[in-house]
Write a protein that binds this ligand. Structure first.
Ligand code: ADP
Ligand code: MG
Ligand code: MG
Length: 492
């Protein structure tokens, strides 16, 4: 169904509705430099309408999520074995990317030296998001994975809000100019804000039974957050749900706070908030995924302190490292993915979502990757081992970029085939009260949560969905980074 363009009056009316609904319901973010006055938030960038997504693609992405969750749990388990391919790969990657992978890896090696008498926490909570673009290359729609995120996945809280905003506009006939509306059954409402808090609550309960807590006592979830985080309200939704739906308290702590406000019992590895004596059952990271989150050696020490504690980490260092772009590249090799997804049908359904990814090393495939990067870059994106948007190098910029660094460091990057999604010309992006009527591209995100230990999986679930859209002209789609906006899904 295509919507006719609204008149200026109709659009102004819609914008007013969106702003008012968003503020009423907390579909919001802090603007840059909000610290001077934290009483002022702004409406998140959003689309005016939902975006049509083929039902077949959405269903496939939902169904495959538990398979991806388990794949990454198995990868994490295997990375702990020092003779495994993934241990060796990550060790080599640590050398070619010393600023980030190298730092995380050396912290991990440090944790192996924890004194014998200390207990180790073997439960890990993965809160994941698998991101897709819908490829139209061969004339039929096929979800293709952009990346798999294993740390600090955002927008689970706001995703359901933008879904409800669009449902509200539809239901109250605000889209009714020229007789256009959506069938409400086709509009997806993500339950991710609830489902992620539920996963955190399950981890808290597991900690309590593991540590023999009396029923009456109540350990908490520590949200480890960035200094001056702008996407606070997305996180607050999880905090509020934890309290309201599961009766679990939480604390927001920066790496500075970890030094200043926590203490640990050296015998047991349990960690507490000094003032309140509350015990931390789960450490949930909304920071620590990029170099700039660690402003000094002290921040790395804070990460190590938490990692060594007996609290359940969401994620721990290995789970975070399992989501490196390098491992995503390795998994496109059928022989490698088969080791972690032995079921034939499951393996094939994973492989179907992958596009070609090359290493840039001295293997045969790596040599092919280097050749393509230098001589045929227009079909590719070059990615470093980084998260959070704004790090990739696109198409014609690839050769000069590679030539600007020494070839011995090229293997810290992967070369990925560009996915070519169709763009949608019928939507409008609303950012800072200004409408932009440009063609957009949409990226589907599926959340998944998994609780696992060194051997087995204790909980594994699909946890809701997200749609982010960006201008067709922009390479990247980060909402917080200022490239994209929140959207919702209408299935067709
Ligand atoms: P990050 O971990 O920084 O989010 P991504 O791998 O998600 O890195 O890349 C950032 C953005 O770049 C994506 O959201 C998408 O818009 C674009 N992008 C990444 N890989 C591809 C690809 N293979 N084809 C098309 N666009 C891509
Ligand atoms: Mg990422
Ligand atoms: Mg991404």
């Amino acid at each position: 169904m295509s919507l006719s363009s609204p008149s200026k009056d109709q659009l102004d009316g819609l914008i007013q509705e969106i702003n008012q609904w968003a503020i009423t319901n907390g579909l919001a973010m802090y603007p840059p430099k909000f610290e001077a006055n934290p009483s002022k938030a702004s409406v998140s960038p959003v689309t005016v309408y939902p975006t049509p997504i083929p039902k077949k693609c959405f269903d496939e992405a939902v169904q495959i999520q538990p398979i991806f969750n388990e794949l990454y749990a198995r990868i994490t388990q295997d990375m702990a074995r020092s003779d495994s391919l993934l241990f060796k790969t990550t060790q080599a990657l640590a050398l070619s990317d010393p600023e980030f992978t190298g730092k995380l890896w050396s912290l991990y090696l440090d944790t192996l030296n924890v004194g014998e008498k200390n207990k180790k926490q073997n439960l890990k909570l993965g809160i994941f998001r698998s991101d897709y673009l819908i490829d139209k290359k061969n004339g039929n729609d096929q979800i293709k994975q952009v990346e798999f995120n294993t740390v600090s996945v955002s927008f689970a809280g706001l995703a359901g809000k933008v879904d409800r905003l669009h449902t509200y506009l539809n239901k109250s006939n605000k889209y009714d100019f020229k007789g256009s509306y959506y069938n409400e059954q086709d509009m997806v409402i993500s339950d991710s804000g609830f489902l992620l808090s539920k996963a955190l609550a399950i981890a808290v309960e597991s900690y309590k039974s593991q540590q023999n807590f009396p029923i009456s006592s109540d350990p908490i979830v520590a949200f480890i957050v960035q200094r001056n985080e702008r996407n606070v309200f997305d996180q607050k939704i999880l905090e509020l749900n934890l309290l309201e739906k599961f009766n679990i308290r939480s604390a927001r702590l920066t790496f500075d706070d970890v030094h200043e406000k926590l203490f640990t019992n050296n015998e047991t590895g349990r960690v507490f908030i000094r003032d309140t004596k509350q015990e931390i059952a789960v450490v949930y990271y909304r920071t620590g995924y990029t170099t700039t989150d660690y402003t000094s050696e002290k921040d790395w020490e804070a990460r190590l302190f938490l990692e060594k504690s007996i609290a359940i980490k969401a994620p721990d260092l290995l789970t975070q490292l399992s989501g490196s772009k390098k491992i995503q590249q390795l998994l496109t090799d059928e022989n490698i993915v088969s080791q972690y997804a032995p079921n034939f049908e499951e393996k094939n359904s994973l492989l179907k979502t992958f596009v070609k990814i090359y290493p840039l090393d001295n293997t045969e495939l790596g040599k092919e990757g280097k050749r393509l990067a230098l001589s045929n870059p227009s079909k590719y994106v070059l990615k470093p081992q980084r998260e959070g948007g704004g790090n990739n190098v696109y198409k014609e910029n690839i050769p000069d970029f590679l030539r600007s660094i020494e070839e011995c460091h090229w293997d810290a990057y992967i070369l990925m085939e560009l996915i070519e999604p169709e763009f949608n010309k019928d939507n409008i992006i609303l950012r800072d009260n200004k409408p932009y009527e440009e063609a957009i591209i949409s990226e589907l995100g599926i959340y998944g949560c998994i609780l696992f230990d060194d051997r087995q999986v204790l909980m594994n679930e699909f946890s809701g969905s997200l749609l982010r859209s960006k201008f067709n002209t922009s390479n990247e789609g980060g909402v917080a980074a200022g490239f994209g906006c929140l959207d919702s899904i209408v299935l067709y």
